[in-house]
Design a protein around this ligand. Structure first.
Ligand SMILES: Nc1ncnc2c1ncn2[C@@H]1O[C@H](COP(=O)(O)OP(=O)(O)O)[C@@H](O)[C@H]1O
Ligand SMILES: C[C@@](O)(CCOP(=O)(O)O)CC(=O)O
Ligand SMILES: [Mg+2]
Length: 334
C-alpha cells in the first residue's frame, strides 16, 4: 500500500515570535503545498527521499566513470530531522515501533523562507504515515503531533504553523487553541528575498535578547500581542474594505518595526518592505521567523506595481491566495 498526502504553507499576518511567548497571532494557509508519499519497507528502516531540498555539505562530483558523494552526514541528518521525527511519532502512536517506512517528498515551498516549510513537511508526513497505519486522525490531532515534532527539533515552537497547515483557512491562534476567522480576500503580495533563515536559530536569538534585557524586550512582545488583538477586531468589524485595509496596513507597519526591534529583520527584508510601501502598499512586514525569507505587503489596487518594485530591488514577488484546505490525502494505492 502507498499513500500520498499533502499540506499547505502559511503566512503569518500578525504576531510571529510573540506567539512563542503565549501572545495571540493571525495566520492563513496559502496555495503552495508539500507532497509526501509513504509506504512500508522490508528493511525495518526509515528511508527518506527528499528530492528537492538542498543540503549544504552534500557534494556530488563526477569523474569519467565514477560518481562520488561527499556528505556531511551530521548536517544531512539535521535537515531531515522534521521528517524523521514525524515518522517516529506516528509509529509510536500506532504502537508499531521498528516498522520500516519509506517516504518520498516533493515540495513547492521555499525552505527557511518563513512560509512554514518545516510544518508542512511534518504535517504531510504525519498525514501520509498515519493513513498507512490505518489511523484516522482529525486535522486537530495531526496539528498536535506536528507541534510535538517542531518542539523536538526546534526546542521551542508556538504550534501555530502545524495548526494552520493541518487545519487550513484563516486562524486566530493562541497557546494551542484556535478560532477560525472569516476568509477576507486580502490583496497581498508576498516578496521572497531569496535568502533563508533558520527558525530554530531566530527563536533562540529572540530568547537571548529577552533574557539579556527583559525590561526592554518584554514590552515589545506585549505590544505585538496588542497589535494582534486590534487586527482581529478590525478583521471582524463591519467596516468597508477600504477602511479595513487602511487600519490593517498601519498595524502591519507597526508589527514590522517591532520585529526589527527584536532583531529578526535583515537589509534584504527591509529593502523589500520599503520598496513595497513606496510603490503604494498600505502596509508591509516580515512574515515568519525572518533572518531572510519573506515579507508580505497589503496593496489594494497596487499589486502589480508592488510586485514590480519588489523585483527591482532584487526580490521575487509571489501572488498567493488563502487555501481553505489543510492536510489532505491525495491518493491511496492498494
Ligand atoms: N521538502 C523538504 N524535505 C525535507 N525537509 C524539509 C523540506 N522542507 C523543509 N524541510 C525542513 O524544514 C527546515 C526549514 O524550517 P524552518 O527553519 O522552520 O523554516 P521555514 O519553516 O520557514 O521554511 C529545513 O531545514 C528542513 O529541515
Ligand atoms: C517565529 C515563529 O513565530 C514562526 C516561525 O515560522 P517559520 O518557521 O519561519 O515559517 C515561531 C513559532 O511560532 O513557533
Ligand atoms: Mg518553520
Amino acid at each position: 500500500m502507498k499513500v500520498l498526502a499533502s499540506a499547505p504553507a502559511k503566512i503569518i499576518l500578525f504576531g510571529e515570535h510573540s506567539v512563542v511567548y503565549g501572545k495571540p497571532a493571525i495566520a492563513a494557509a496559502i496555495d503552495l503545498r508539500t507532497y509526501v508519499w509513504a509506504s512500508f519497507n522490508e528493511k525495518r528502516a526509515i528511508k527518506i527521499e527528499a528530492k528537492d531540498i538542498k543540503v549544504p555539505g552534500l557534494t556530488v562530483s563526477f569523474s569519467e566513470n565514477e560518481i562520488y558523494f561527499e556528505s556531511d552526514y551530521g548536517k544531512a541528518a539535521e535537515v531531515l530531522s522534521y521528517v524523521k521525527q514525524a515518522i517516529e511519532i506516528v509509529r509510536d502512536e500506532a504502537d508499531k515501533n521498528g516498522k520500516g517506512i519509506t517516504v518520498s517528498i516533493t515540495s513547492q515551498i521555499p525552505v527557511g523562507a518563513g512560509l512554514g516549510s518545516s510544518a508542512a513537511v511534518a504535517v504531510a508526513t504525519i498525514g501520509a504515515v498515519s493513513k498507512l497505519f490505518g489511523l484516522e486522525l482529525t486535522p486537530e490531532e495531526v496539528a498536535k503531533l506536528g507541534h510535538k515534532v517542531e518542539l523536538l527539533v526546534q526546542g521551542a515552537s508556538s504550534g501555530i504553523d502545524p495548526t494552520v497547515s493541518a487545519v487550513g483557512g484563516f486562524l486566530y491562534y493562541q497557546k494551542g487553541s484556535f478560532e477560525e476567522l472569516p476568509v477576507v480576500e486580502l490583496p497581498m503580495v508576498v516578496g521572497y528575498t531569496g535568502t533563508s533563515g533558520s527558525t530554530k536559530e531566530l527563536v533562540a536569538k529572540v530568547r537571548r535578547n529577552l533574557n539579556d534585557m527583559p525590561d526592554v524586550m518584554q514590552p515589545i512582545i506585549d505590544s505585538m500581542g496588542k497589535v494582534v488583538e486590534r487586527a482581529k477586531e478590525i478583521i471582524l468589524a463591519n467596516y468597508d474594505s477600504r477602511i479595513k485595509f487602511e487600519l490593517l496596513g498601519k498595524l502591519m507597519n507597526i508589527n514590522h518595526g517591532l520585529l526589527d526591534a527584536i532583531g529578526v529583520s535583515t537589509k534584504g527584508l527591509s529593502d523589500l518592505v520599503y520598496a513595497s510601501r513606496e510603490a503604494g502598499a498600505i502596509g508591509a512586514k516580515i512574515t515568519g521567523a525572518g533572518g531572510g525569507g519573506c515579507m508580505y505587503a497589503l496593496a489594494p489596487g497596487k499589486q502589480s506595481e508592488v510586485a514590480t518594485a519588489i523585483r527591482i530591488v532584487g526580490g521575487m514577488p509571489m501572488i498567493t491566495k488563502i487555501s481553505r484546505e489543510g492536510v489532505r490525502i491525495e491518493e491511496v494505492v492498494e
